[in-house]
Design a protein around this ligand. Structure first.
Ligand code: CP3
Length: 340
């Protein structure tokens, strides 16, 4: 099906467009009362993730309500460890929790590697339903967590500021760490291709905890896995790599064959244009700006647009929208971009 609005895909390929497309990380989430109502119907966050009809419904909500130029499939990066045999819980206000974690080679060996896609049919079904519901209005983004970020949760078992247990394994047991990273990478490639076969238009890899590593570790131990995933995507599907806090590894991130680089709000536009000259850039308004006045949001958004002017740019926040942001404020951000 041809797309009514394909701004995202044209910019991702580096083409000049009439204006930058805009979507927002966590656009399908708690900021929308409609999302909270659908989640209540599903019973829980995981119940919603696993319900292909309701997951499609919340995926489409931000397109209808906020008018964004792309949808992102409603799911979570933690569905991959679950498919590998490590189930997670999501407790309101506490974030993800894994009752069982990976500590030894036996734990890695026991992980499931076969039929990963069969454990994730609820996602591919949600993609089918979403494409049907969207009727070609905007492109649909698929995603997965990058190997390091998934590793962090599988080893640590929950969120953390420093992920020191995960980093300890990388340093003290590099062979064990590499076996786990390789298994995560293999599963992620299968999962990515299942999403692509189901019809997503662009694939984004989230390395949310890149910021806790250092250049040498990231380049030697992590990026080869990222590269393997990106290289496994068919060339007709654009890819985005978002390494939050990964500015220190820009030189080697630049060498990845992805089309788009996601930027957090600490990464300056000029710095990004210089370091990623041949890539489309995505981001990067500080999500906290949306706590400000309407005028201050307009001003900051216009400044962001002018900072990226002349370079292929997908407008977004520098990380997910905070759940207590008023959707009206987010709408000001979106409309400022769409009027530009
Ligand atoms: O709209 C979208 O962006 C698509 C949906 C999406 C979710 N998670 C839904 C979700 C996406 C792309 C993710 C990715 C994800 N999940 C990441 C990478 C992106 C990032 O934010 O850095 C990470 C690290 C996770 C793991 C995870 N899931 C965390 C840390 C949390 C937060 C827990 C909390 O209470 O805030 C989640 C839960 C989660 N995933 C929510 C949503 C909408 C919030 C729970 C809810 O609304 O019920």
């Amino acid at each position: 099906m041809s797309l009514e609005n394909d701004l995202l895909l044209r910019v991702a390929r580096g083409e000049k467009t009439e204006r930058p497309p805009v979507w927002v990380m966590r656009q399908a989430g708690r900021i929308l009362s409609e999302y909270r109502a659908t989640r209540a119907k599903a019973g829980s966050f995981i119940g919603l993730v696993k319900n292909p009809e309701l997951a499609a419904e919340v995926t489409i909500q931000p397109v209808d309500i906020l008018g964004v130029d792309a949808a992102i499939i409603f799911s979570d990066i933690l569905v991959v460890p679950e498919a590998m045999g490590l189930p997670y819980q999501m407790d309101e206000g506490k974030g993800p929790f894994f009752p069982k974690t990976i500590q030894t080679m036996e734990d890695v060996t026991a992980l499931n590697q076969s039929n990963i896609e069969d454990h994730l049919t609820y996602v591919t079904e949600a993609i089918h339903n979403t494409l049907h519901g969207l009727q070609g209005r905007v492109p649909l983004i698929g995603f997965a967590g990058a190997p390091w970020t998934i590793f962090c949760y599988m080893v640590e078992g929950k969120g953390s500021k420093e992920f020191s247990l995960a980093r300890k394994m990388l340093i003290q047991q590099p062979m064990l760490a590499q076996s786990l990273l390789t298994k995560i990478t293999d599963a992620t490639i299968v999962y990515m291709n299942a999403q692509i076969n189901a019809g997503i238009h662009l694939f984004q890899l989230f390395d949310s905890w890149a910021g806790v590593l250092n250049a040498e570790l990231y380049e030697k131990m992590i990026l080869p896995h990222v590269s393997r995933i990106i290289n496994a995507a068919p060339k007709n599907i654009p890819t985005t790599f978002f390494a939050k806090g990964g500015y220190y590894a820009a030189k080697s991130i630049q060498k990845l064959s992805c089309n788009v680089i996601g930027l957090d709000w600490n990464m300056e536009a000029q710095w990004a244009k210089d370091h990623f000259a041949d890539k489309t850039l995505q981001g990067n308004l500080d999500p906290a700006i949306l706590y400000g006045s309407d005028d201050s949001i307009r001003l900051a958004t216009e400044k962001m647009l002018s900072d990226f002017k002349g370079h292929p740019h997908i407008a977004n926040l520098g990380h997910g929208v905070y759940p207590d942001i008023d959707p009206k404020k987010l709408k000001i951000f979106i409309e400022t971009i769409q009027k530009s």
